[in-house]
Design a protein around this ligand. Sequence first.
Ligand code: ACM
Ligand code: ZN
Length: 541
Amino acid sequence: MKRFIAAVFTASILLSGCAGQADADFDNVIPRPAEITSGDAGSFKIKRSTKILCPPGDSAMLRNAHFLAQYINESTGLDLDIKIGKKCGKAIVLAVDTLIAGEEAYALKVDKNRILIEGGSPKGVFYGIQTLRKAVPAETENCASVNVPSVKIVDAPRFGYRGMMLDVGRYWFPVDFVKKFIDALALHNMNVFHWHLTEDQGWRIQIDKYPKLTTVGSVRRETMIGKDWDAFDGTPCGGFYTKDEIREVVKYAADRNITVIPEIDLPGHMMAALASYPELGCTGGPYEVATSWGIKPDVLCVGNEKTFEFLEDVFDEVMELFPSEYIHVGGDEVPRDRWRECPKCQARIRNEGLSSDSKYSAEDRLQSYCMARIEKYLNSKGRRIIGWEEILKGDVAPNATVMSWRGVASGLEAARLGHDVIMSPCQYMYFDYYQTDDIENEPLAIGGCVTLDTVYNFEPELPEMTPEQHRHVIGVQANLWTEYISTPEYAEYMMLPRMAALSEVQWTQPDNKDWNSLVARLESLVKFYERDGYNYRAISR
Ligand code: ACM
Ligand code: ZN
């Protein structure tokens, strides 16, 4: 008898996290939905016998149903069955309603008989599912049921482009981490993974026609230690993704409604490619994969036709792997030193009639020539380019989308010129910057200071823009450059919880944002980070 009492006591302690029943709370959700109206139609109980009802003949909806089942299982331990059809008893019903405007928009209604998640497309249903999963507490494992209060939610994202960039050039990160990064994007309702795949310090993507890009270009001899430009660790550092791994990542992301936009950064940040194929540089080398950070004077020779043959071949293989409409072609931080001295580059300047004026040098226009030529090639294959803001210098490639990163001024300039803009200013959106100005106990970062509330307070539609120019601001992105971020754990620490603040800049309408509310809601989201094994920085301003 004593033993029985002890067993019951132990079991009740194990269950005490939720006392057998958990309560969902839609007021905990990040990013905050547009409209949440509490109802008086009782509440719905999610329990073992609850079904997930999914319409027939739609693979995206079936995938949604499996995600929902997985999420409920992760939070509660309940194992819900998926039923294909239009009707059944008490259920979580997933449906597409073409009357809902916007493919990412959704409506979520709860009464005592069902939870109905309807989307403008299966993507909208996916975001309704994200909202439901974040309303259910992350750590209710072993609960018998979850009480979901009666509610009506109507929601849609503010921006169509909601991105995060991961730099795998400075440090290569394993595929498992790349997937975990994508999981974090999905948790925060983001839909673009900008994958920065090439750098001075390492080329990370297999290209069959140029095998040395990975046999030579993916490994650097050693790495500078901390911020000491004269001390090196003597340890080779490298890694690359095979085509099969890239396909796996692209599919993993697509299943979560995330588009992977690859970046091949040109014509600068190309030391790894030049070390592999020195004939692509103005001097012919020899070059080595960079072992220190910073901007390198050696860049692709734009006077050499072989450079364009190389780039077109590389992009042919890139386009085969990545179905994204956008391809990022870099364009940032390109010194003109070598071009000024190079007979081939100077001949190109003469032959193309590229001239200097009070605003731009002939070499600035040589970069524009390079970007415009690559844009034309990619446009001819049905793709569009994104470039860092430096592509505005000279004559910007005609159809380019511009990523404003040194501030917001380039975003304004690009919008005025009629280009689409993605706002990613370093003062708000560089997650490699410190998260506090009290850095004594922080791990080494590149510098700067982007606190959680700095991220949160960013407004991408500038007051000096016209409504027409606002329409050119298609979205917001944060960037995780990794010069000083060599491990997944550190990357997570720099991402989280800043991604939560970012997600409301991207998703939530400005008049529905509220800093104090965000901080309160983060307590709930952080439990997901903990449960799913993410490292994160404690919440502070
Ligand atoms: C950049 O931060 N160089 C785009
Ligand atoms: Zn040259």
